[in-house]
Design a binder for this molecule. Structure first.
Ligand code: ATP
Ligand code: MG
Ligand code: MG
Ligand code: MG
Length: 576
């Protein structure tokens, strides 16, 4: 590719709505262009990255025996009514009508359609196992689309669905996918962790998320550095009551003043000085009658907002919490409040906190609050005067660094991640709902055993940037860089030698299959280098008159701070 023919459109400043570095850099480097909330044009530079991600995914999926097809973006509602998801799914599911008033959905995922295909195509156990996949546009009307491609409304997902004759075989299919995912994420050249995830009622232990490690990730990951234990926070929390009860919470429980909502009061409620770092808060309150008796209990969640505005805390009521305690899933909290509960990184209570009430909520009377780790992690809880219910107090406590690992092999650490892939054993949930059967060896109809496997194709580049960037711009791993090598001729218009050498190297690298771009725009060196550093091309070869006289060019890896002189003949060894 020649830069003069390509579209290179870099910006000095990121738009004001870009909060995280990947969003800022993708906008500045012209990889994406916003069309609406959570809806982006994939511009030529960005599309090259996406296509490389797709190619790696496709290659490994094919190797793992999965077969590619494409299912429609717009799907008839009838299939979604068969599983009940047309009604059950919240507003994330985009429902539309055609000119005849018939209902359709824009696919957020494709279990229904693929199960419909399987029940028509697969008749006998002899046709199983099968694994169908597509790389296709998805739409989820996310409550808070944000961070550019990280949480878009329209995005590209690779979604695969396995069909098996029995559980044993289904678990093998799951394992084949989990292994393929490791190969895929290894090839991307990113640091990631496969973590156990919640699989709902049916899944047993067969659900794992692939998390790219990055401080800005929306998910908290719990892992044990001295063993293989790794889980997402929701999964890890489910174990908390069993292995680490919050005795300290009870010990530190304090009754606080009712009806307060200033920063000082929150700090006072928690019995911490204003400069204390807190990670998450869960507060519960009771409604009392005239006699001071509890007539109603609520668990209120005091949430640190997802946009990392640490001076603002949201107080709200989650539906279903009335009259008792239960765990809320992260998704529920996110759906309702538009942010994840807790674990959003340290918060400093130095600044005044603005308490934002959700609906008709006011901070209520009779708090009992406590911290379960001094200066770090707090839960506040009030069951009226019922702190005598120690298990409830303990159950509210989240997993914190230093807790014993459930496998007994050490202590837990916490880091943040970006979910880029998810493998999930489904069982017969969809095949039963849609009557997808096959005839077994005895000629008897059986429900197909299923699994589903997703990769966020457009989220992945964002995650790669969150993990790999510096003050000058992005730093792509070779495997998914928009171009692997850029050739920067200096003053090409004034030197025939430079021009000839640049074109020759360009042709040579092309012939060797190297993904190279020649910057023949005639930009000044400073502007040219700034563009390519922003775009993050991993290898740069600069050709100038002076060096050519000595038979050398300058090679610089995007991670290097300086260039090195390299003989023209040795360039290939550096870029391959
Ligand atoms: P999240 O927890 O981030 O909302 P999810 O668990 O809802 O993701 P899955 O249903 O597991 O997502 O979908 C498979 C993959 O699709 C995810 O692992 C993620 O990489 C990607 N993905 C999901 N939602 C989005 C989105 N809004 N924008 C971009 N990629 C997404
Ligand atoms: Mg989601
Ligand atoms: Mg998730
Ligand atoms: Mg998921």
């Amino acid at each position: 590719m020649k830069a003069s023919q390509f579209l290179i459109s870099t910006l000095k400043d990121a738009p004001a709505d870009a909060e995280v570095v990947s969003h800022k850099l993708m906008m500045r480097a012209g990889l994406i262009k916003k069309l609406g909330a959570g809806i982006y044009n994939y511009m030529p530079m960005g599309l090259r990255v996406i296509r490389k991600v797709e190619a790696i995914v496709r290659e490994e999926m094919n190797k793992a025996g999965a077969i590619e097809l494409t299912m429609p973006v717009v799907q008839p509602a009838e299939l979604w009514q068969e599983t009940g998801r047309f009604e059950k799914m919240g507003p994330e599911l985009l429902r539309i009508k055609d000119r005849h008033g018939r209902d359709f959905v824009v696919q957020p995922t494709s279990e229904e359609v693929v199960t419909d295909i399987a029940r028509q195509e697969i008749r006998s156990y002899k046709q199983l196992p099968k694994n169908f996949y597509q790389i296709q546009t998805k739409f989820r009307d996310e409550r808070r689309p944000r961070f550019g491609l990280m949480r878009g409304r329209e995005f590209i997902m690779k979604d695969a669905y396995s069909f098996d004759r029995d559980q044993v075989s289904a678990k093998q299919s799951y394992q084949v996918m989990a292994d393929a995912y490791r190969k895929i994420f290894d090839r991307f050249g990113l640091t990631y962790r496969a973590v156990a995830a919640d699989s709902g009622a049916i899944g047993g232990d067969l659900s794992e998320e692939f998390q790219v490690i990055a401080a800005t990730g929306e998910d908290a990951i719990v892992y044990c550095p001295t063993s293989n234990y790794a889980a997402n926070m929701e999964k890890a929390e489910a174990l908390v009551p069993a292995h680490a009860r919050g005795a300290a919470t009870q010990a530190m429980a304090k009754t606080a003043t009712p009806g307060k909502s200033t920063c000082e009061d929150v700090a006072a409620l928690l019995n911490v000085p204003l400069n204390t770092t807190v990670k998450s808060l869960v507060l519960a309150t009771d409604t009392l009658n005239d006699k001071g008796e509890v007539v109603k209990s609520h668990v209120w969640l005091l949430l640190l907002r997802g946009d990392h505005d640490m001076n603002e805390v949201k107080v709200g009521k989650l539906p279903g919490f009335e009259g008792g305690f239960r765990f809320a899933t992260t998704q529920e909290i996110d759906d309702h409040f538009g942010c994840k509960p807790g674990y959003l990184g340290p918060v400093n209570l130095k600044q005044p906190l603005k308490i934002v009430a959700d609906r008709d909520v006011a901070v209520m009377a009779d708090w009992i609050c406590g911290a379960n780790e001094v200066d770090f992690h707090m839960t506040g809880v009030n069951f009226g005067r019922d702190v005598a219910e120690p298990d409830l107090v303990a159950d509210i406590r989240n997993v914190v660094a230093g807790d014993a690992s459930p496998d007994g092999q050490g202590v837990l650490a916490i880091e943040r991640g970006i979910e880029v892939g998810h493998v999930f054993y489904l069982g017969t949930k969809y095949s039963q709902a849609m009557n997808a059967t096959f005839l077994d060896v005895n000629g008897k109809p059986q429900f197909m055993e299923m699994g589903c496997y997703g990769i966020g194709v457009t989220r992945l580049p964002a995650a790669a940037i969150e993990q790999n960037h510096d003050e000058r711009g992005m730093i792509w791993p070779d495997a998914i860089a928009p171009f692997t090598v850029v050739i920067c001729p200096v003053n090409m218009d004034r030197s025939e030698d430079v021009k000839a050498a640049a074109f020759k190297l360009y042709e040579d690298l092309l012939a060797l299959g190297v993904d190279v771009i020649l910057d023949d725009r005639g930009e000044r060196p400073g502007a040219m280098f700034a563009d390519w550093e922003l775009i993050g091309v991993p290898h740069r070869v600069t050709i100038g008159d002076k060096g050519l006289k000595d038979g050398v060019v300058e090679y610089q890896n995007r991670r290097d701070s300086e260039s090195t002189k390299v003989a023209v003949a040795d360039v290939l060894a550096h870029v391959k």
